[in-house]
Each structure stands twice: as structure tokens, then as C-alpha cells.
Design a protein around this ligand. Structure first.
Ligand code: LER
Ligand code: MN
Length: 268
């Protein structure tokens, strides 16, 4: 059983502290490598100006790879979403995500669709249909690019559509694209699922990526999520993809990154 260990890190042009590492990109990359990680999940603020060549060089210099690209600021900073009642805003959201897909193609990484789902305002049916048609267009682009779109259910306080893994699977099945996969995040599952192991078992055929953080969004071992049980289920279903840590920088970002990988490696 081998997992790829990754952690969220801000790309060089990003001026926002992510749930992971922010600040000096060079320093962060070398520290992540020293801590035994295999890759990084890039938190990208601006897919139009992200310095692709520099990122590629610095990541590969340490034998790391980019596991995925996080697109959340598209909604949380720029207000663009796939469930907006405005067709213009949905169009802008899709255009921006297509730009992220082009970057991902260059980096051989996947693209996360989490916050970009947004919060629908009218009927659930309209929200669902708008989300589905935006995702369909992104999935077609992902098929062309040879990468995956990772659909991430988020808890009810962050989004009002696709909060559980089974809703994510339903949408993935409706769209029916081989490029569309599921991302399961332990923090959101802890709020929304009746049973985390059962939800993972049921979604196993679509599961391609994991976000790990504890119940308080800190590194595993800081809260009350049972990671031993979760790693046990991952082994049982033969999961051999990425475990990416999306954690608060507490007490500081490097201590959190060290604790995260050490806690989980003990269980593997
Ligand atoms: C995105 O991966 C996520 O989990 C969100 O909760 C971040 O806002
Ligand atoms: Mn997440």
C-alpha cells in the first residue's frame, strides 16, 4: 500500500495564507521535501499570472510533484461560482476554471472543484442544473487535457449543495465523464456523514483524492477524528492515491506539516 503524501502550499503569486503553507515558496518547497512529502497541492490565486516555469523548476528540483491545484479563491475572493443565478458569473467562473485546467495540464496535476460550487439562491433543482452544466464543460476540457477534475463535497456552512460524498457520486454519475472524480475531505465528512468509513466504502469507485485535517482543521492528532480507522478503510478498499493535508498553520506552519505526515505515516 503506498499513498502519495502532499500538502497545500501557496503558489508564488498568491498573497493569501492557505490552509497549509504560505509565504516564501522556495523555503516552503525545501522544507516540505525535508519533511518527507512526495508532492504539493498548489493554492493558486491567479491562474493567469501564476509563474508556471518557476513553479515547475522549483518543484521538480526537489523531486516533488504537483498533485492538484486548488481553485477556491475563484469563489471566496472573486465571487465567481457554478451555482450563481447570473449566467454571466457562471460563464466567468467556467472561463477561470478552464484556465486552471490549462495550468494543470502543464503540471500534470488535477484540479479541485470545492468552493467554486458556491451557494445556490433559488430552487435546488436550478442550482443542481447550473452546477451540472458548468461541471460538464470543465470535464470535457479536463478530458482533452488528460487530467482529472476532483469534485469536493463541503460542509453546510461553506456550501449548500453537494455536502456529502453520496451527493458527489450522484452528480459524477449523471455527468458520466471519466475525467470527473471525487475528493473526500475528513473535516467536512466529520460534520456531514453519518459514518466516515461507510461513506468512503460506498464512494470507493469514484474516490481519487483525500484531504486530511482533524476535527478542528489542525494537523491529524490535534482533534478527535479517528485516522487509524480511516487509514484502515483506505487499505481495505485498496486506495493508492494522494493524501493531501489541508491544515491550519498551528502552532506554526512547519510544525503542523511535520505533525501531519508523522501522525499518518505511523498508521500506514
Ligand atoms: C477546500 O479544499 C476546502 O476544504 C474548504 O473547506 C476550504 O475553504
Ligand atoms: Mn478540502
Amino acid at each position: 500500500m503506498s499513498f502519495t503524501f502532499s500538502i497545500v502550499i501557496a503558489s508564488p503569486e498568491t498573497d493569501v495564507q492557505p490552509l497549509g503553507l504560505g509565504g516564501d515558496f522556495d523555503e516552503n518547497i525545501s522544507r516540505i521535501y525535508e519533511l518527507g512529502y512526495d508532492g504539493v497541492e498548489l493554492f493558486v490565486e491567479d491562474p493567469y499570472s501564476m509563474p508556471l516555469k518557476e513553479v515547475k523548476e522549483k518543484v521538480s528540483k526537489h523531486g516533488l510533484r504537483v498533485t492538484a491545484i486548488g481553485t477556491g479563491l475563484t469563489y471566496t475572493k472573486f465571487g465567481l461560482s457554478f451555482t450563481s443565478p447570473s449566467p454571466e458569473i457562471r460563464e466567468k467562473a467556467v472561463d477561470r476554471i478552464i484556465r486552471y485546467i490549462r495550468l494543470a495540464e502543464e503540471l500534470e496535476a488535477d484540479v479541485i472543484i470545492g468552493s467554486v460550487k458556491g451557494r445556490f439562491e433559488g430552487s435546488y433543482r436550478d442550482g443542481w442544473n447550473n452546477l451540472r452544466s458548468c461541471l460538464e464543460r470543465c470535464s470535457r476540457e479536463a478530458e482533452r487535457a488528460g487530467i482529472h477534475i476532483l469534485l469536493e463535497p463541503l460542509n453546510r456552512y461553506e456550501s449548500n449543495i453537494v455536502n456529502r460524498l453520496d451527493e458527489g457520486v450522484k452528480l459524477i454519475r449523471e455527468i458520466g465523464s471519466g475525467a470527473l472524480k471525487l475528493l473526500a475531505d475528513t473535516f467536512h465528512m466529520n460534520i456531514e456523514e453519518r459514518s466516515i468509513p461507510e461513506a468512503i466504502r460506498k464512494a470507493r469507485h469514484h474516490l481519487a483524492y483525500l484531504h486530511f485535517s482533524d476535527s478542528n482543521r489542525q494537523a491529524p492528532g490535534s482533534g478527535h477524528i479517528n485516522f487509524k480507522e480511516i487509514v484502515g478503510v483506505l487499505k481495505e478498499i485498496g486506495y493508492d492515491g494522494t493524501i493531501s493535508f489541508e491544515i491550519l498553520p498551528i502552532p506554526d506552519q512547519f510544525s503542523a506539516a511535520r505533525q501531519a505526515i508523522n501522525q499518518i505515516k505511523k498508521l500506514v
